[in-house]
Design a protein around this ligand. Structure first.
Ligand code: PEP
Ligand code: MG
Length: 596
């Protein structure tokens, strides 16, 4: 057996999923996020007193959340700080509060046990909606619960990382929760490594806003920490435990280069995207939270290519009214001015559960009741959303997009509902845009192969490569065990994409790609070469893709795409695309190490 001291000093390289970019090194400390709680049985006589303690703790936590929101707003902006307002809403949920009080009364336990058990129960229920969730809605609830427990323990403002004296702290944790970001000394915090938590978790959003490199899905509990040196690469997802001095020097250099290069890239890409031979390429933003939007963020972009409306419906205790939805969509349209927004109807189920919608347990949620399937069977929700959207269409340029479409019949049903609502609005003299385009998302391989047929029944097509890849490859996009098999440059997938783009072209229906592949600079030449002229991606990816577009002409992109189809091995295809990209945009090298 390896002696303990040897193992503690062993150089270990692990790979997780990169959730916030940047490179950092520092000393690792494991952060235990659970709070020790007293477990007490109480008598009937103590119930009143215990309920009072519970109410007081909930009130205090609410005040703390408001303070956290205010403090963090100055640093990361109001949008991301609003996470704490969402947590406040969870705390106010009448059902949740009632269930905690009932537990004290029924089980005769102290407030701490009631909070702990109810948080466990509710987060299990939320998680139960999906086996593998990209964004675990229970994480916010657990965070709130932990804060209430701290208040009950009389230690509300605990900064729980025992990294005193450490200059560059690598925080290693089972899970990183939003309140950690607010409570921790950020001057000290160099990077975050977690066992669980997805790319779309609130904690990941905060880490990105704060510019803290972060990697998740790392089996970190068994790795040497206790102040050991680690390098965390938030671009590639690589973590090196006990690196050599040379590796640390390299990491420092990469970190510096990365920061300088990104700053320069962002400054230089202020024009609309055009190829070297002056062909306009539409670049649009993917938006998850409305507040990501500012007129400046769209200055040299063609609009919002994917507005994921489900985020308006998550993180709240109940479904928004039609009036609230309408106000929200009008607000988005106001923010984007003369640009076009593609609103996707709610895409829940599968990996995106809604806390207040109880979906019966499904053995394979990702193959189950999700996206438009769920919306079509839940007409109240779909009608109220579409009605709100259609009313908003009178106030700006917008399109509506249906997610996870499988068949032509579904396409017809969605379009028919839109027409029905439009005629109702007309009858009631409520203004709307009768020409608003209605599109279908292609995310299912059978639908991809039928793109031409679907395109005949609607106005545009948007390809969601994230789901299309998971279904075509039979690889759960959120399962770290099979992450190595999630290969977007699989030759079969490339053929599927070529066919999809070709079918839409022949049907003369506009097609956009809005999955992560559209924002991957290694895929830009290939997609351009296949005829794609419309890309939608997260803000982070825009400067890199713009740079590749500006550096190529179409003849080169077509040649690169043709050559990619002559290759067989995924590794060879990737290497070819990477080399071809670096040939025209050599300075992207440092940003193209990621494994996505
Ligand atoms: C996709 O599947 O590619 C997509 C854009 O949708 P989402 O990532 O929201 O599932
Ligand atoms: Mg999808």
């Amino acid at each position: 057996m390896t002696p303990y001291s040897d193992r503690m000093n062993e150089r270990i390289v692990v790979r997780g999923v990169a959730v916030a970019p940047g490179v950092a090194w520092g000393q690792a400390v494991f952060h235990e996020s659970d709070v020790d709680i007293p477990i007490l049985a109480i008598s009937e006589d103590d119930v009143g007193e215990e309920l009072k303690r519970l109410s007081a703790a909930l009130r205090t936590t609410k005040r703390h959340l408001a303070a956290l929101e205010k403090n963090l707003a100055q640093e990361v902006g109001e949008r991301d700080a609003r996470i704490f307002a969402v947590q406040g809403l969870l705390l106010d949920d009448p059902e949740f509060r009632k269930s905690m009080r009932n537990r004290v009364r029924r089980d005769l336990v102290n407030a701490e046990v009631a909070v702990r058990d109810e948080v466990d129960e509710w987060s299990r229920r939320l998680r139960g909606l999906s086996a593998e969730s990209e964004r675990d809605p229970g994480a916010d609830l657990r965070d709130v619960g932990r804060q209430v427990l701290r208040v009950l323990a009389g230690k509300p403002r605990q900064v729980p990382v025992e990294g005193d004296g450490i200059e560059r702290l690598i925080m290693v944790a089972e899970e990183f929760l939003p309140s950690d970001a607010a409570n921790i000394d950020r001057a000290q915090l160099a990077a975050i490594v977690t066992v669980s938590g997805g790319v779309a978790s609130h904690a990941a959003i905060l880490a990105r806003s704060l510019g803290i490199p972060s990697v998740t899905f790392v089996e970190a509990t068994g790795l040497p920490h206790h102040g050991r040196r680690w390098i965390v690469d938030g671009n590639s997802g690589q973590v090196i435990v006990n690196p050599t001095d040379v590796e640390i020097a390299e990491a420092e250099a990469r970190s510096r280069d990365y920061r300088e290069f990104r700053a320069a890239l962002e400054a230089e890409t202020r024009d609309f995207a055009r190829t070297k031979d002056d062909v306009a390429v539409e670049l649009m933003l993917n938006i998850d939270v409305a507040d990501d939007l500012t007129p400046e963020s769209l200055e040299s972009l063609n609009g919002v290519g994917l507005y994921r409306t489900e985020f308006l419906y998550m993180n709240r205790p109940f479904f928004p009214s039609e009036a609230e939805q309408y106000r929200h969509y009008c607000d988005v349209l106001r923010k984007v001015g003369d640009r076009e927004v593609t609103f996707r109807t709610i895409d829940v189920g599968g990996d995106k559960p809604l806390p207040y919608l109880s979906v019966p347990h499904e053995p394979n949620p990702v193959l189950g009741w999700r996206g438009i399937r769920l919306s079509l069977e839940w007409p109240d929700m779909l009608y109220s959303q579409l009605r709100a959207l259609l009313r908003a269409s009178a106030h700006g340029r917008m399109r509506v997009l249906a997610p996870m479409v499988t068949t032509v019949e579904e396409t017809r049903r969605v379009v028919a509902i839109v027409r029905e609502i439009q005629s109702d609005l007309k009858q009631h003299d409520i203004p709307f845009d009768p020409d608003m385009p209605v599109g279908m998302m292609i995310e299912i391989p059978a639908a991809a192969l039928a793109t031409g047929l679907i395109a005949r029944e609607c106005d545009f097509i948007s390809v969601g490569t994230n789901d299309l890849s998971q279904y075509a490859l039979a690889v759960d996009r959120n399962n770290s065990r099979v992450a190595d098999l999630y290969q977007q440059f699989h030759p079969g997938l490339l053929r599927l994409l070529r066919d999809t783009i070709g079918q839409a072209g022949r049907a003369e229906v506009p097609l956009c790609v809005c999955g992560e592949l559209a924002g991957n600079p290694e895929a830009t030449l290939l997609l351009l070469g296949l005829g794609l002229r419309s890309f939608s991606m997260s803000a982070y990816d825009i400067p890199m893709v713009k740079r590749v577009v500006a550096a190529t002409d179409l003849a080169y992109a077509r040649k690169v795409a043709t050559q990619a189809f002559e290759l067989v091995d995924i590794a060879d295809i990737r290497a070819h695309l990477r080399a071809a990209t670096l040939e025209v945009a050599p300075d992207l090298r440092s940003l193209m190490e990621s494994d996505r």
